[in-house]
Design a binder for this molecule. Structure first.
Ligand SMILES: Cc1cc2nc3c(=O)[nH]c(=O)nc-3n(C[C@H](O)[C@H](O)[C@H](O)COP(=O)(O)OP(=O)(O)OC[C@H]3O[C@@H](n4cnc5c(N)ncnc54)[C@H](O)[C@@H]3O)c2cc1C
Length: 640
């Protein structure tokens, strides 16, 4: 394009070039002929060839004016150049002013250079000429590279902005660039913010998805520096607190009574983990004991104690004295190895002694023989807590699922925890300073492992490992087992009690739905019978006969207080041997500590040391285990 071409001629030529470029982009350079361009612009062959020698010439023409300009610029004699900086700026601004009235054309050209080799070569040639010419005046290649970058970068940015002013953009950018180019500061290595390293999170495995495993995982899920996997071998979470629906009834495998909820670990968890649930107190006035066919109020509080026929007035005074001493923590029961040892030396009447024994049976779910074998310190601590509570027995409304679902939700929403169902851990080894867990699906390495399963199963899993000998003191622990007799009735057949305990046969029936109405269909009734079981038998025959007798005693208790229950039964679940606590808390057993010397793992569950009995020990031991790990993480972070 001649420098002296008339404006109208230049416009016609630009229109042709622009139309040609648009077609090149839409159809591809190779697929557009000169005839297509002529047809699209409504011109003639004569006109086309007047401006361009060929199709390629359209492209070359687009760049030739700029190249010509650069070549003229480089030839200027130094005598005419007042300042090098001004001379270079003049070139850049002239190049910019040549194109600033055709933004669409430049934009099309830029787009086409990405797909067409001819255009790309032309563009590259123009930039080469620019670099070489600049080098002629400023023989510093790095500075020239920057100048060329500023030119191409500014043109590209201008193309993408509607209504932008190329000349002022170029002036601005050059002004900033020259600040750096003029500087005499020596070259210094580039300062770069280090790429943040992928944080090394502590990886924790929890084996067992019962109340303990879920609790530990929920606490750990709150810490952003910990991630992990909760392994559960069965298809659902909850373990023995597993809940299921049948014919409109909600059945808990293990009951959901909370003893002393206002002082219970679950209340700490409610606050610390942000859980939300309601509970309802079992009607204390409807808790009865049956002894030698006589019904009497269970001495749960002062009012019931006054009403009970279990004790004479003098005995009541004595029992109140004992309760007061327990509350004040001055009862000497805590100094006796077992309840039996204390009772042997106590000068209390037999009825008071029997009451103690029966209380322990019902709170620990054990037989009188076992109750006598519970340590004095354990009983003192348990009742110190329970007698101070204003809510001796409550039910979590809606079953354990209300708790387990929220714990699970915490893991899911943290985004750092995986729940691996039907993935039992089969073995464990130590390699490369990690604990490698093996399941049927995979092998995964962890920094820490929490065992949240019954002690007996922990011992089995660690058989043959270096840690086995340290767990042998816990191997022969016995579990607390009961017979469970759940019946869902289509109607309320009778509602004389919320709880009736047969002191002679050591079994009880709870009218669960009298407290937690959410578990039954409209008008229904859910009764749970539980018999404490002895585990001392000479042979299998004897054990079977014993269980059969318990079954008959249980049905007789139902017949006596809930006549018509047999006909109204809609759902029935009888479990002749359900494990209530994985370690019976008697003096001859050893609860598993949360940390065992020489063993690098953490342990939690209802067979571990912790506050309370049953589910509370699962919660409290899990909370302690998780918080110890959190503490370790915090200490490690402080060192970093
Ligand atoms: C009939 C009955 C009535 C009860 N009533 C009450 C009550 O009223 N109040 C109360 O507080 N408590 C009650 N309990 C006790 C309470 O249910 C338990 O104390 C509590 O559920 C124990 O929880 P846990 O997490 O320690 O153990 P579990 O629930 O036994 O959980 C352990 C989990 O580990 C899993 N597991 C085992 N081995 C592996 C492996 N290798 N890999 C992966 N997973 C594995 C198991 O499948 C299980 O889910 C009752 C229990 C029963 C049976």
């Amino acid at each position: 394009m001649s420098q002296f071409m008339r404006a109208s001629t230049r416009k016609k030529r630009d229109v042709m070039m622009e139309a040609a470029l648009t077609m090149f982009m839409e159809k591809g350079y190779e697929n557009v002929s000169v005839d297509d361009i002529i047809a699209a612009t409504g011109s003639s062959k004569g006109t086309f060839y007047h401006y361009f020698k060929s199709k390629d010439a359209i492209i070359s023409a687009l760049y030739s004016k700029q190249i010509q300009f650069i070549q003229e610029w480089v030839k200027q004699p130094p005598s005419k150049v007042q300042s090098l900086e001004g001379h270079i700026n003049r070139l850049f601004l002239d190049l910019a002013s040549n194109i600033h009235s055709s933004p669409r054309l430049v934009r099309s050209l830029q787009a086409l250079s990405l797909q067409n080799e001819t255009v790309k070569t032309e563009e590259q040639q123009q930039l080469n000429v620019l670099s070489e010419s600049l080098l002629h005046w400023l023989p510093e290649p790095r500075k020239i590279e920057l100048l060329v970058c500023i030119y191409t970068g500014t043109v590209r940015t201008w193309c993408n902005q509607d209504d932008a002013d190329l000349l002022s953009m170029m002036k601005n950018n050059l002004a900033w660039l020259w600040v750096g180019l003029r500087s005499s500061e020596p070259y210094a290595p580039l300062q770069v913010e280090p790429v943040p390293k992928e944080e090394n999170k502590m990886k924790v495995a929890i084996i067992g998805g019962g109340l303990a495993g879920l609790t530990a995982a929920a606490y750990l899920s709150e810490n952003p520096h910990v991630e992990g996997i909760l392994f559960e071998r069965s298809p659902q979470l909850g373990g023995r607190a597993f809940t299921y629906e049948k014919a409109g009834f909600t059945l808990n495998y293990g009951a959901h009574a909370i003893y002393g909820i206002d002082r219970h670990t679950l209340t700490n968890m409610e606050r610390e983990l942000g859980l939300s649930f309601s509970s309802k107190q079992v009607d204390k006035r409807k808790v009865f004991y049956a002894k030698h066919n006589q019904l009497t109020a269970a001495p749960l509080d002062a009012i019931n104690l006054l009403r009970t026929d279990l004790l004479s007035t003098m005995q009541k005074v004595r029992f109140v004295g004992e309760i007061t001493a327990i509350i004040a923590n001055i009862h000497n029961l805590k100094n006796y190895a077992t309840l039996a040892d204390y009772l042997a030396e106590s000068n209390a009447d037999e009825d008071v002694k029997e009451l103690w024994e029966h209380l322990v049976c019902s709170n620990f779910f054990i037989t009188p023989e076992d109750a006598r074998n519970v340590s004095g310190a354990v009983i003192s601590e348990y009742y110190h807590n329970l007698f101070l509570s204003s809510k001796p027995v409550n039910y979590v409304l809606g079953s354990w699922a209300v708790i387990t679902n929220q714990l699970k939700q915490k893991l899911t929403t943290s985004g750092r925890w995986e729940i691996a169902l039907q993935e039992g851990v089969e073995s464990l080894r130590y390699a490369d300073r990690k604990f490698v867990l093996h399941t049927k699906n995979r092998e995964v390495a962890f920094d820490k492992v929490i065992f949240a399963m019954p002690v007996q199963q922990v011992v089995k899993l660690l058989k043959g490992t270096a840690w086995e000998p340290f767990l042998s003191p816990y191997e022969s622990n016995t579990a607390t087992e009961v017979m469970v007799y759940d019946v869902g009735l289509s109607r309320v057949v009778a509602r004389p009690f919320s709880y009736i305990s047969d002191m002679d046969n050591k079994l009880f029936i709870s009218d669960v739905s009298a407290t937690d109405h959410t578990l039954v269909p409209e008008g229904g009734q859910l009764l749970q019978g539980i018999a404490y079981l002895s585990d001392r038998f000479d042979n299998e025959e004897q054990r079977k006969a014993y269980l059969e007798e318990k079954n008959l005693q249980m049905e007789a208790l139902f017949d006596k207080h809930y006549p018509g229950w047999r006909d109204a039964t809609a759902v029935k679940r009888v479990s002749k041997k359900a494990m209530v606590s994985s370690v019976k808390n008697i003096a001859s057993n050893n609860l598993l500590p949360i940390r065992v010397e020489n063993v690098p793992f953490y342990f939690c569950g209802d067979g571990c040391t912790g506050k309370g009995e049953l589910a509370e020990r699962a919660f409290s031991s899990a909370r302690t285990a998780a918080l110890s790990i959190v503490h370790e993480v915090e200490q490690a972070l402080q060192k970093v």
